[in-house]
Ligand binder design. Structure first.
Ligand code: ATP
Ligand code: MG
Length: 426
């Protein structure tokens, strides 16, 4: 049986062909909505007491409830970097990132097989346009790794499609006539763009390459926005700008704060040596209270909770002008702790450079195609970060005359990958 699998930085989905149509697999029950959801958050929790591995919302819940173990999120961000080859110690074992991503993909496959009622043998895997922006060899290595992982978990036939092209094929199902569409997918880790000619009558052609006028992307997404919001609003409270007593122009090494604000790097800070080094630094610093907070975060392994609170604030700021960041969980001794306010204005300023780079990449996509803005008839958006007001207003002001179709934020790529699997394998 065939499927499309979208292993996302933040959320993953699987689309299968069942009863003659592409269907998104209900992957996990969400107690908050009381429904089976078609997304599985790309998270694993290694429970150190039971040795079980939990996935998705359940993984996050085990961590949030304070169970003893290790949470991993945004593993896709490590693909395409030189840390791909580093292992990570979990209890007494060192796991490679292949192992960790493999556990997750295996779980996706099992969930999808339970839904399909048959083993899945053929898969089209989504991939960002660039796993690595500037290093083609790392990009190729990342794709080879994903192929290897998919074979290891039992897929016999593995092929790839670019995520925005998959999203285009999903949208194509609702196109009447022919359209020149720009697909904009701003997700958790990457922003990807495809300029493509779409028509239902072309959807079954074996070769679509002449329809694809440009395909481009950049390694910026929602997790980068989270990092920059965290660095602007939270990290100063944890000592980011505190100076040495005897060197008033030199402040705490910034890399600790960057790592703590970066989903896929948080676990590196839990190495015992890091806490020892920060304890040493604390003695040399002009203020100790903020560093005590930093040490509390690390001792309590609260890094993901902190990142989660920043992400929550970012999402709330799509709807409201300001929100309070609740950091009370960081503090054992203090009276409730600091409750910094994040506003839309501070958020927009914190993410402005990233957003500008995303839209420079949109411009480059147009240059690649040789077309102008006014040639584009339709904008199709997907990916969770296209809900951000600043992204939406940039799209609107760049393409005021195009028809704008807001697709499903989370399922479009997975559905398109299933359609592609049908085209390739059936
Ligand atoms: N309302 C919202 N406002 C802003 N950001 C949001 C909103 N809803 C979700 N997001 C962000 O969307 C991102 C997840 O989007 P999505 O699930 O499309 O990514 P992904 O497919 O896992 O990542 P990628 O395709 O880059 O590998 C997260 O960073 C999340 O914080
Ligand atoms: Mg995605």
């Amino acid at each position: 049986m065939i499927c499309g699998l979208d292993f996302g930085t933040s959320n993953s989905t699987v689309g299968v062909f069942k009863d003659g149509r592409a269907q998104m697999v209900p992957l996990e029950y969400d107690p908050r909505t009381g429904q089976q959801e078609t997304t599985l958050p790309s998270a694993l929790f290694f429970d150190f007491e039971t040795n079980d591995i939990h996935f998705g919302r359940r993984a996050i819940a085990h961590y949030t409830q304070g169970e003893f173990g290790r949470l991993m999120r945004s593993m896709k961000s490590i693909l395409g970097t030189r840390q791909m080859d580093e292992g990570t110690q979990i209890k007494t074992r060192v796991y490679s990132f292949n192992d960790i991503i493999g556990f997750f993909v295996q779980s996706l496959k099992e969930r999808a097989e339970a839904f399909a009622g048959k083993p899945l043998t053929h898969v089209v895997l989504g991939r960002p346009v660039h796993f690595s922006d500037n290093h083609p060899e790392l990009d190729q290595a990342a794709e080879a790794r994903m192929a290897d992982i998919a074979h290891k978990v039992g897929f016999q036939d593995v092929s790839f499609q670019y995520e925005p092209i998959a999203a285009a094929y999903d949208y194509e199902q609702q196109v009447d006539g022919e359209e020149l569409a720009l697909i904009i997918d701003v997700g958790g880790g990457t922003s990807d763009f495809t300029l493509i000619r779409l028509a239902k009558s072309r959807s079954q052609l074996a070769d679509r390459s002449s329809d694809i006028l440009a395909n481009h992307g950049v390694h910026i997404g929602g997790t980068d926005f989270d990092r920059n919001i965290s660095l602007a609003t939270v990290m100063p409270l944890l000592g980011m700008n505190v100076c040495y007593k005897d060197k008033p122009t030199l402040s705490m090494p910034r890399h600790y704060f960057v790592d703590l604000a970066t989903w896929h790097r948080i676990h590196w800070l839990y190495e015992p040596k890091v806490l020892r080094d920060i304890a040493d630094l604390r003695l040399q610093m002009r203020e100790r209270e903020p560093i005590d907070r930093l040490m509390t975060v690390l001792k309590n392994k609260a890094g993901h909770r902190l990142a989660g609170e920043v992400e929550r604030a970012k999402i709330d700021l799509s709807q409201v002008d300001e929100t309070q960041l609740d950091l009370s969980f960081l503090l054992e001794a203090e009276d409730g702790g600091p409750q910094p306010t994040a506003t839309q204005a501070t958020m927009n300023e914190a993410i402005a450079d990233d957003v500008n780079r995303v839209f420079r990449t949109v411009d480059e996509t147009l240059v690649q195609s040789g077309l102008g803005k006014s040639d584009i008839q339709t904008i199709f958006t997907t990916g969770g970060s296209t809900a951000l007001p600043t992204i939406r207003s940039m799209i609107q002001s760049r393409f005021p005359d195009a028809k704008w179709v807001s697709g499903d934020l989370y399922n479009s790529v997975g559905k398109g990958l299933a359609l592609e699997a049908r085209r390739r394998y059936l």
